[in-house]
Design a protein around this ligand. Structure first.
Ligand code: 4G3
Length: 244
């Protein structure tokens, strides 16, 4: 997969992209991220990329010409063009199914907005999709683009964990993860749950499933509406919700 990022701040990306599992995946060539400075497509000698809003009001708006030129140039540089996605608080919310959808593309172009936003004509005529990573406003779309790169890269074959089936990843089933422990078995006066030390794999799987259900019922009851649960699992959830 190839991801092109259009941004006014390309220097924000390498420290994040080169770190951790994501960094290893990109170094291994599992995916390529190409960074482009939108300012390079500004036409005037001062490289102006923003301007006042028509109709007045506070804040600046990103001008259409540099953005359009950047998108067209980057689209032309490889085939197939792939989806052009604007990161914006007004986009559809990024959830695992949206990640899964983006992850199968051969190419993605991520556009990071700044100032008070992007000229509406860019949204309408140069962008295929608008995505928000959550209901809050950032000073720029860059952190949101990094979230998309990370989430999408995790799905590429060869990335640690990408071979886990949807069966195994509890979030894919609409549940929260069960609690995890590692050594030591006793930390200060805090023991690891005995079942996990027992070696009874079937019992451990049952315990984990139950913990996922309890945790989801407590923290994210909204997720349970879509989760596929057995009658026994529904009972566990009901009991947990009743126990206040
Ligand atoms: C306004 C994305 C602001 C319009 C971007 C871009 C939050 C998110 C911006 C626009 C952002 C998010 C830049 N803030 N929740 N700020 O994904 O197109």
């Amino acid at each position: 997969m190839r991801i092109d990022v259009l941004t006014l701040f390309p220097e924000m990306f390498p420290p994040v992209l080169n770190a951790s599992i994501l960094g290893r995946a990109l170094t291994a060539g599992v995916a390529e991220v190409h960074l482009h400075n939108i300012r390079d497509w500004a036409a005037d000698k001062h490289s102006v990329v923003d301007d006042y809003a028509y109709g007045g009001g506070p804040g600046m708006v990103m001008k259409p010409e540099p953005l359009a030129a950047a998108i067209e140039a980057v689209r032309g540089s490889a085939k197939p063009a792939g989806q052009t996605v604007l990161l914006t608080p007004q986009g559809r919310l990024l959830k695992q199914p949206v990640v899964d959808e983006l992850a199968v593309e051969a190419r993605l172009i991520l556009v990071c907005g700044h100032y008070e936003g992007v000229d509406e004509r860019i949204r309408e005529h140069f962008v295929d999709d608008e995505i928000s990573i959550g209901d809050y406003v950032l000073s720029g779309g860059e952190p949101a683009a990094m979230v998309v790169v990370d989430a999408v890269a995790r799905h590429q074959p060869g990335v640690l964990g990408s071979e886990l089936s949807l069966e195994e990843e509890s979030h894919a089933q609409g549940l929260l993860e069960y609690p995890q422990y590692t050594r030591p078995a006793m930390y200060r006066d805090l023991p690891v749950p005995e079942i996990l030390l027992s070696g009874h794999h079937a019992e451990i799987a049952k315990w984990r499933r139950r913990q996922s259900l309890i945790r989801t019922a407590r923290r994210r009851p909204d997720l349970l509406a879509k989760a596929e649960l057995s009658e026994e699992e529904r009972r566990i959830v009901r009991d947990e919700m009743a126990a206040d």
